[in-house]
Design a protein around this ligand. Structure first.
Ligand code: F6R
Length: 613
């Protein structure tokens, strides 16, 4: 949430910042701003709404000489999404600017105090307090002033600071919001909220930890602790992603590109982790032994949103194959519950970004209570991966579309592998069974790759009858239930149609009252262990004139007797249905949103990487 970029080096700063913001716009698009230092003066441009509004205001000719600056793309927390509230925010003199991601929890009392000392505020934001607070402590040493100011602050921050009177220096600081430095001998130094902003210039990065600060010049960086002031030795990490991976590559939207990347994302996630001859699973990163697994009494799966849906699927798999009881929790609830957790509990967090504030807080609590913590994560080096005892990376590549797609199916692949590993270590899954299931997982990626285009064409045609619906229901049983929830989430976030997902068997306990001839209901009815039960539930819907869309297994002619709107899926191993049936649910939401003219990649009110609670 909120993207910040900072640059100093030989390049013209404004194009570097704008390119960085373009790559971070998924983090928020309520307003954008840039500041640069030219002829000893800080020059700010800000605009309400998307980055394009800012770009339209900047005259390229006047920015030729600037080589240091900061930029911000905002997801509003405190204060409306207006130009006045857009970052960068300045102090009273206008010589100092700040960009910020996070929430300053004690901003109100700080603001009142600063006002009583004569500071004049021009926005409603919590961030502006930081600019004035630093100004209050500033004599001639910016570093000391930032440190002194941050000592008074409660809350989360990733911060960029620039002072006109120290023209070659940028300050970066972090607490509970992500911030990473980009290091390049030729292109200068960068800071950003996320890696894609750095990739056009460097693949060498340094992750800042909580309560660390960096002093950056065009050719150096020095990191120190905000608490002790001591210098901190940092490791430079090499990122395997390249800049082109964060581009649309000819697709109309990032989301569509990412839907099409799913076969590759699943394959990459499996690659090298399962022996296709013997069925043996290798996930050395989680460092689990048979002894560890035998001691586990219970697993908590903790996540938010789409990642939580992946957790719901994994519960079925882990309980069935590894025979370990699983609780699935929404992280924002988990973190405030009176948890019964000790060292016999394993906690698994699932997160595309590895930065989601609630999930991160959840694993910190679980760790304190003695639980071993494993994370399933897509972003290399993200905070969750640094704090967990082990990480199973999903190798989905950068996900830019705000609605998660390929990260979800890659999470499912990683969770299934982890299930097999737990089962093998516990002795509940034989190598023979593992081989059968492992091959099924490898095969499903190929099946999706083969049939994706066909599915998209069919769905694009089908939605003509449904795209203007006011409400939508998604139903499924067993492994299809979490996919129904995921389908409903995708549709509501992308197209703003009210949609709900239900376990099919739960309909008659209330939601069936919603059904009439105007209510579209997408029912997932693969030929699986609960097929007959699902069909009975579908018949109940039909009896109440619901407008049914069925997604079922190729060759199941009975479905055509129920409704004309049937999408047939190839038959795959039953356990793989969640991966396969997610694809039409994603495509349906994509096509409906596109047909309604919605902003598919940047739906209203949302941002990717939810770093505030
Ligand atoms: C929905 C979506 C969100 C995220 C959620 C968790 O399409 O993308 O629901 O899944 O915000 O994010 P991560 O996985 O980064 O923790």
């Amino acid at each position: 949430m909120c993207g910040i970029v900072g640059y100093t080096g030989p390049k013209r700063v404004v194009p570097v910042i704008l390119e960085g913001l373009r790559r971070l716009e998924y983090r928020g698009y309520d307003s954008a701003g840039v500041v640069y230092l030219q002829d000893g003066r800080l020059i700010k441009h800000r605009a309400e709404g998307k980055l394009v509004n800012l770009e339209n205001r900047i005259d390229d000719a006047i920015i030729a000489k600037a080589h240091i600056g900061l930029g911000h793309t905002r997801w509003a927390t405190h204060g409306a999404p207006t130009e006045e509230n857009a970052h960068p925010h300045s102090d009273c003199s206008g010589d100092l600017v700040v960009v910020h991601n996070g929430i300053i929890e004690n901003y109100h009392s700080l603001r009142e105090d600063l006002k009583s000392k004569g500071h004049v505020f021009s926005s409603e934001t919590d961030t502006e307090v930081l600019a004035h607070l630093i100004e209050e402590h500033l004599k001639d040493d910016l570093v000391e002033a930032v440190k002194a100011a941050l000592k008074l602050v409660d809350g989360s921050f990733a911060l960029g600071v620039l002072w006109a009177k120290q023209p070659g220096t940028l300050i970066a600081a972090r607490n509970q919001s992500p911030l990473v430095l980009g290091v390049s001998e030729d292109n200068g130094m960068l800071m950003a909220s996320d890696i894609p902003a750095l990739l056009p210039y460097t693949n060498k990065v340094v992750f800042l930890e909580d309560m660390e600060m960096a002093v950056i010049t065009a050719s150096s960086y020095a990191v120190s602790s905000l608490e002790t002031g001591a210098e901190v030795e940092k490791e430079v990490k090499i990122i395997e992603w390249n800049a082109a991976m964060a581009e649309k590559a000819g697709y109309k939207h990032f989301m569509l590109k990412e839907i099409y990347e799913q076969p590759q994302a699943i394959t990459n996630t499996l690659s090298g982790r399962i022996n296709p001859e013997t069925g043996e699973v290798f996930i050395p990163e989680v460092n689990l032994t048979s002894e560890d697994v035998t001691k586990i009494d219970r697993i908590f799966l903790v996540a938010c949103g789409t990642s939580w849906h992946a957790a719901l699927v994994a519960k079925y798999w882990i309980e069935k194959y590894a025979r370990i009881p699983v609780d699935v929790d929404i992280a924002s609830e988990f973190r405030y519950r009176d948890l019964v957790i000790d060292e016999r509990v394993m906690t698994i967090s699932i997160s595309q970004s590895g930065e989601t504030a609630d999930t991160l807080a959840g694993i910190r609590i679980a760790k304190q209570l003695g639980s071993k913590v494993i994370t399933i994560c897509n972003v290399v080096g993200s905070t969750m991966t640094r704090e967990a005892d082990g990480t199973v990376y999903t190798h989905a590549g950068p996900e830019i579309g705000v609605a998660s797609t390929k990260a979800f199916t890659a999470q499912l692949a990683a969770l299934f592998l982890l299930t097999l590993q737990l089962g093998q270590l516990k002795g509940t899954v034989s190598l023979e069974k593992s081989l059968e299931l492992g091959r099924a997982l490898i095969d499903v990626a190929a099946v999706i790759g083969r049939d994706l285009k066909k599915m998209q064409n069919q769905i694009a045609e089908l939605i003509e009858t449904f795209y203007d619906a006011r409400d939508f229901l998604f139903v499924g049983r067993g492994l299809s239930y979490p996919i129904a929830l995921e389908g409903a989430l995708k549709l509501k976030e992308l197209s703003y149609i009210h949609a709900e997902g239900y376990a099919s068997g739960e309909l008659k306990h209330g939601p069936i009252a919603l059904i009439d001839k105007d209510m579209p209901i997408l029912a997932l009815v693969p030929k699986d262990a609960v097929y007959q039960k699902s069909i009975s539930n579908v018949e109940e819907i039909k009896a109440r004139q619901g407008r049914l869309i069925l997604i079922g297994t190729e060759g199941d002619d009975h479905l055509k007797n129920i409704t004309d709107d049937v999408i047939y899926m190839p038959e795959v191993h039953e356990e793989m249905n969640p991966l396969l049936y997610t694809i039409p649910a994603q495509l349906l939401s994509y096509e409906i949103a596109n047909r309604r003219g919605c902003d598919v990649d940047q739906p209203r009110n949302l941002a990717k990487s939810v770093t505030v609670e």
